[in-house]
Design a protein around this ligand. Structure first.
Ligand code: AHM
Ligand code: MG
Length: 370
């Protein structure tokens, strides 16, 4: 099919990712290099979807490493075979296109500069190649998350510092969910849009333009098994949710937890809700203000999990905080920095953020009076 065969912009015919990006380019919202980068990431996600879909038949289940020696990543987590495969697919796909200066990944200690054999472009790509990897072996949805930044300064001099930009600097963000269907959800700063993979045609087709997160919700997503490790404002907030219509919130709440952020966020973008991975005592500090080590301040990672998801959610009318401040405003100090995450329906994120701030204010007053 040539461009001439495509239905006009106002038509209700199918709109491929390629056509969507070309139309965004005509609107002056995206340049050719960023368009190419997104197409390359989408193509890599299709390859990952094939590996994920083969499951046991493809020999891709289980841990990476040989014999009893598990392969451990920079996070100190045992890598799954699919973590490694997905990372390699994304690196290989993005190495030679000329649009990137470097990549950074959950699975790699240091950034990966584009090899000298290829030209370097002006963008930086960060990714969690396979999010929710504890779900791989039980055939539950997993995903790929990505974030795109502009490389500050000379692309030949790219290093870790080049990546340490706040989420507000992202020029694109997205995820691909490998579920019953494979979907790509994307923002380039003008709304959040969902594309479904047409497996027969091999192309992503726009299936939801301008996703909107309802402002109010009755649904929360959290791993309740960590409750005893949470700080006081979290305990109080969740107690009110659980009390339902008999408590101060005056309404019943439903709970869902997939243990795959991509899948939980996808549900929230589709029908609302709040996703929470709070600060947690067992992660390493006695109190959340003991912020000596940013790599232990939460479970989820700022640069390739929280930032891209926050941009997608904000672009869909939702909100995202770390319980105290807007996630996208955080200036990172560490490539693999972690943080507490609260994102989804705006009113609910405001509620839980308010609980944390009120707690901090009360503690400050108490300290001043002591
Ligand atoms: P991963 O990137 O190593 O898969 O870890 C991130 C995942 C998120 O997708 C999910 O929300 C969370 O970890 C689940 O954590 P838990 O197993 O503690 O419930
Ligand atoms: Mg992850």
């Amino acid at each position: 099919m040539t461009n001439a065969d495509l239905p006009p912009a106002h038509s209700s015919g199918p709109c491929s990712l390629t056509r969507f990006l070309i139309e965004e380019k005509r609107q002056g919202r995206i340049n050719p290099d960023l368009r190419l980068l997104i197409e390359v990431v989408a193509r890599a996600c299709k390859t990952i979807a094939v590996h994920v879909g083969k499951g046991a038949l493809g020999g891709v289940l289980g841990d990476a490493g040989t014999g009893n020696a598990a392969s451990i990543n920079v996070q100190g987590e045992a890598q799954k075979k699919l973590d490694v495969i997905a990372n390699d697919v994304l690196l290989e796909a993005n190495a030679w296109g000329g649009h990137l200066a470097a990549c950074a990944s959950e699975e790699m200690d240091e950034p990966f500069p584009i090899p000298d054999a290829y030209p370097r472009g002006n963008y930086l790509l960060l990714f969690d190649p396979l999010d929710g990897s504890s779900n791989i072996d039980v055939n539950v949805s997993v995903g790929t998350i990505f974030s795109v930044l502009v490389c500050p300064g000379d692309a030949q001099q790219v290093d870790t510092q080049s990546f340490l930009q706040p989420g507000t600097a992202q020029v694109a963000a997205g995820y691909c969910i490998y579920g019953p269907s494979t979907m790509l959800v994307l923002t380039i700063g003008h709304g959040t849009h969902a594309f479904t993979l047409d497996r027969e045609q091999g192309s992503f087709v726009l299936t939801q333009r301008d996703m909107r997160v309802p402002e109010h919700t009755r649904e929360f997503a959290i791993n309740m098994s960590n409750q005893r490790h949470w700080e006081a404002p979290m305990q109080a907030y969740v107690q009110d949710l659980l009390a339902g219509s008999t408590g101060p919130r005056g309404k019943d709440f439903n709970m869902r937890w997939i243990a795959s952020m991509v899948a939980d966020v996808h549900r929230i973008l589709t029908r609302g809700g709040i996703f929470i991975y709070p600060w947690d005592r067992k992660l390493g500090h006695a109190r959340p203000d003991d912020n000596v080590d940013p790599t232990k301040a939460g479970k989820l990672r700022l640069m390739y999990e929280a930032n891209p998801m926050s941009m997608l959610v904000e672009q869909a009318g939702g909100a995202a905080t770390n319980g105290r401040e807007r996630i996208l405003d955080i200036v990172p100090t560490h490539l693999h920095q972690r943080l507490p995450v609260f994102l989804g329906s705006k009113a609910e994120v405001a509620e839980v953020t308010g609980c944390h701030r009120a707690h901090d204010a009360a503690m400050a007053t108490q300290a001043a009076q002591a």
